[in-house]
Design a protein around this ligand. Structure first.
Ligand code: GLN
Length: 533
């Protein structure tokens, strides 16, 4: 059967939650026993998200196959509970590189190479290849940016062409807009939606469905007004009002009849709406709503100004806490603000240091690790947090003065953390870290073995530096164990201090494997230790 497409575009302004709408639609269809997946188009000129600042763009999400992707890919994985390959994050740079490459190879046989049809063909080919290769019933494609942006025009044009070529029974356009309430009476305004649909129609796209963001449920009269001005029937205008959890949006859309509307438009009969699927999903969603005395976690790092910089870590903590029947309260501490005053960490049940890069803030993080080591406060270090924990241990327990990472001080006397050997001659910044899933061997007599209950795991990575094995024996003598290793013992992947309540560092990123209802094991053990602290 031919794959159906749902194209999600954004209007009015960014940050309305197109990613959540796309993921929610895909979840609804998955719950209706459809084989679905999602694609994110990012019209920017970066080849991938790897070189972008997480404070401006949110976290870089790493896929199993080593893609450095937009954070929406992480949302899709969490909603659908399935791995999404890196080919599902399409950028302008990827499209243009392929076309320019093909032109240099003479593949266009003398043609003048143009945005239409060459760029648009490349976009369509990629989308169709994913649909065919993965034999999907429905593919949801979210186009980043806001309608009216210059950058997204070729993508919207390609999506428009797919609808013409595949027929309207195979393609649905969903437009996400905003109905703000400005005055005290709280009247929902429709003008921004009217204008953004006009903009979309100007480039030849008539949306089939509207998902309207609003603070309170969309009023009937607002819905009618929007319908009249946008040429979308009232049944096809959906309210996406504020919810307690983003995972409640599938249910919200379902209750308004979204699944029926989609299947009717696709003229697809015989879909199954299994209550079994809904029951297990609702159990998961409800488990995430725990209130009451929360587990208090301090997250110490430097990208603390935007919650989205570490969205997967936040999510993983929530999934883990929910699985032990608790809620979690995460407080962000900028590691540059301690000024030697580390006792504020005493107010927390556990401390987590997530991944990071560069010199700024690193001393504050090393002090944090030392403090939790001394005070027996549960500590989980991820990637940079693993590396700086090793440095803290080296300085404190092995008396290695000026121990550091060569990322922080290039000619440090004791380079506890050093460049991966294969990185020594690397000059490119983009896509050149050690990326994606790699196998890790777990030593039997360790906390890590108890956590994973296995001799082998596979986890996602994103780093350029690693523990310098020259120091390994010295660390072992002082009571640290390296309970996870990869590449025949060449790389240290997990460190722990068995005499401590919970002091564990992982060179990999466990947060990318955590999903609602299926918490990642390290997170689960960490929050359990914190809950008992
Ligand atoms: N900056 C460190 C490295 O490159 C850690 C990276 C990270 O935390 N993702 O190895």
């Amino acid at each position: 059967m031919q794959t159906k497409f749902i194209f999600v575009t954004g209007g009015v302004m960014s940050g309305l939650g197109k990613g959540v709408v796309s993921a929610s639609i895909s979840k609804l269809l998955q719950l209706s026993d459809q084989k679905v997946s999602c694609v994110k188009i990012d019209p920017y000129l970066n080849f991938d998200a790897g070189t972008m600042n997480p404070i401006a763009h949110g976290e870089v999400f790493v896929t199993e196959d080593g893609g450095e992707c937009d954070m929406d890919i992480g949302s899709y994985e969490r909603y659908l509970n399935r791995d999404i390959p890196k080919s599902h994050n399409i950028t302008t740079a990827q499209i243009y590189s392929s076309v320019i490459d093909a032109e240099r190879k003479g593949k266009y046989l003398g043609a003048c190479v143009q945005i239409i049809p060459h760029i648009t063909d490349e976009i369509k080919n990629r989308i169709r290849a994913i649909a065919n290769d993965e034999k999907l019933d429905v593919l949801i494609v979210e186009c980043g940016g806001t309608v009216g942006d210059i950058e997204s025009l070729p993508f919207l044009e390609a999506l428009r062409q797919i609808k013409v070529e595949d027929g309207s029974e195979n393609v649905i356009f969903v437009h996400v807009t905003l109905a703000p309430s400005l005055d005290v009476v709280g009247e929902q305004k429709t003008k921004p939606t009217q204008h953004s649909v006009q903009e979309l129609r100007r480039i030849g796209i008539q949306p089939d469905l509207l998902c309207v963001r609003c603070t309170t449920p969309l009023l009937d009269k607002t819905r009618q007004k929007i319908s009249m001005f946008t040429n979308v029937t009232t049944d096809d205008v959906f309210s996406c009002h504020d919810a307690k959890s983003i995972f409640m949006i599938p249910q919200m859309l379902y209750e308004q009849g979204l699944v029926d509307v989609i299947f009717k438009k696709f003229a697809r009969v015989g879909y199954v709406n299994t209550s079994k699927n809904w029951d297990s999903w609702n159990t998961i969603v409800n488990s995430l709503q725990k209130t009451g005395n929360p587990i208090k976690i301090a997250m110490v790092g430097k990208y603390v100004t935007l919650v989205d910089s570490y969205v997967s870590v936040n999510e993983a903590l929530k999934h883990a806490s929910a699985s032990i029947g608790r809620s979690v309260k995460i407080d962000w501490i900028d590691s540059e603000t301690f000024n030697g005053n580390l006792n504020k960490l005493d107010n927390f049940d556990g401390v987590l240091v997530p991944g990071g890069f560069g010199t700024r803030g690193s001393e504050g993080i090393i002090d944090t690790a030392t403090y939790t080591l001394e005070k027996n406060i549960p500590y989980l270090g991820i990637c940079f947090g693993f590396q700086l924990a090793a440095i803290a241990f080296g300085r404190k327990m092995c008396s290695l003065e000026n121990a550091n990472s060569t990322e922080i001080i290039a000619d440090t006397k004791n380079p506890i953390i050093d460049l991966l050997p294969e990185q020594k001659n690397e000059t490119d910044m983009g896509g050149s870290l050690r990326l994606g899933a790699n196998e890790i061997k777990i030593n039997q007599k360790s906390l890590a073995h108890k956590i994973y209950n296995s001799d082998k795991i596979s986890k996602r990575h994103r780093h350029r530096y690693e523990f310098n094995t020259k120091y390994r024996d010295e660390f072992l003598k002082k009571g640290m164990i390296f309970s996870g290793e990869s590449d025949d013992g060449k790389r240290m992947e997990i460190l722990e201090v068995p005499t401590h309540k919970f002091f564990l560092g992982v060179q990999f990123h466990p947060e990318f494997n955590s999903r609602p209802g299926f918490p990642e094991d390290v997170f689960k053990t960490f929050v359990t230790a914190a809950a008992q602290n």
